[in-house]
Design a protein around this ligand. Structure first.
Ligand code: G3I
Length: 345
């Protein structure tokens, strides 16, 4: 059996795939990918700086391969992400007037969404537009256009492919203040008659938090808006958080921890007790997902296996993290078994 088979009547099971996985230079990962998952997200290759590096230059080679891989394997295909202040192409950072910026967003969305019309099923249209307190982030887009850029992006995407599902995607969406911000954002779009189909909760979580209750309250709040919820970037870090140890003073100076063994307690292999903790955490999370399966479209892991995870380098470089269901040797972990056991009793 597999994840995708086990949850086929509940929600899609996805994974973010890296450049080398798209290019199939990593064949073992692709074996696991195809067996276990029925949805894919490109971890980096459709971000603005990658796909639209200059005003008049689009780079579609990798994105085309990505879409072909998904089609060949009958997968749900996610586009990530149309409008995000991070990993934005440098030429866009230089645009300082709203009319030019709107034209550039229009060209960006029309060109990309139309190219993959009927092939890409779901778009992360706007990514990370909110601050932790739920107010709008003063990103480059916001500074130039105010919040108009959000409505513009959704409108353009809906016109370019009326059948694609359109998602607002962000992290820490379990937080009550940020949750209120999402509710305001979605309601405002709806009041303007603009199509939005889903909220994407990124789900970069840890063994300790967020609480199941906070996650559940967000699922219910978003579902009450009439949109579907996707968990778009699920992983569970097992490593110590520098903020917890040293408080706010740490700020951005993570370099000081780079070779600190305290910060990298499982350099070879995750301990048995941590394996058990991770398995329990994933079990609790998936129990919640199953409880609300009528509200949830998709659960996507941010990577296929631990070796691929961005958490090996964030916020401290060079650590050995173990946040996913498959280990570095592509072996299913105890957490994989605990998730499957929920369906195969
Ligand atoms: O490809 C270059 C390589 O040529 C270069 O030698 C190397 C040196 O730094 O960098 C490589 O690019 C890196 C890229 O990942 C591919 O590995 C970038 O530096 C690095 O910044 C980038 O990190 C990605 C990050 O987004 C950027 O913000 C992570 O892989 C990716 O997992 C992460 O994903 C984001 C989601 O898109 C949005 N939500 C949060 C999530 C985690 O941060």
């Amino acid at each position: 059996t597999s994840l995708k088979e086990s949850f086929k009547n509940d929600f899609l099971i996805g994974a973010a795939i890296s450049n080398s996985q798209i290019n199939q230079t990593d064949s073992l990962t692709n074996t696991v990918l195809i067996k276990e998952f029925n949805s894919i997200t490109p971890e980096n290759d459709m971000k603005w700086e990658q796909i639209h590096p200059q005003k008049d230059t689009f780079y579609f080679d990798v994105a085309d391969k990505y879409v072909a891989l998904g089609q060949k394997n009958n997968m749900n295909i996610v586009g990530h992400t149309l409008v995000w202040h991070s990993q934005l192409a440098p030429w866009m950072q230089d645009v300082k007037d709203s009319i030019t910026m709107a034209k550039n967003i229009e060209n960006h969305i029309n060109t990309i969404v139309k190219r993959y019309k009927g092939k890409i099923d779901t778009w992360d249209v706007v990514n990370e537009a909110l601050n932790e307190d739920g107010s709008l982030r003063t990103s480059h887009f916001y500074e130039v256009m105010g919040d108009n850029y959000i409505a513009l992006a959704f409108n353009l995407a809906a016109k370019a492919d009326p059948d694609a599902k359109l998602v607002y995607n962000d992290y820490n969406l379990w937080k009550p203040e940020k949750r209120a911000g999402v509710v305001r954002l979605v309601k405002k779009l709806q009041e303007q008659g603009i199509k939005i189909d889903g909220v994407g909760m990124q789900a970069h979580w840890s063994l300790e938090g967020p609480s199941i209750e906070d996650i559940e309250n967000s699922i219910i709040a978003y579902s009450n808006l009439g949109v579907k919820i996707s968990f778009t970037e699920l992983d569970v870090t097992v490593l110590p958080n520098p903020w917890d140890l040293n408080g706010a003073a740490v700020e951005q100076s993570y370099e000081q921890f780079e070779n600190d063994p305290k910060m990298n307690p499982y350099p070879e292999k995750l301990s048995d007790s941590a394996q058990t903790q991770l398995a329990k955490r994933y079990e609790d999370i998936f129990k919640l997902f199953l409880k609300h399966k009528d509200k949830i479209d998709r659960v996507t892991f941010w990577g296929v296996n631990d070796g691929q995870s961005w958490l090996n380098n964030w916020p401290i470089k060079g650590r050995t993290n173990h946040p996913l269901l498959f280990d570095r040797n592509y072996e299913p972990k105890k957490a994989y078994l605990s998730v499957l056991a929920l369906k195969n009793k």
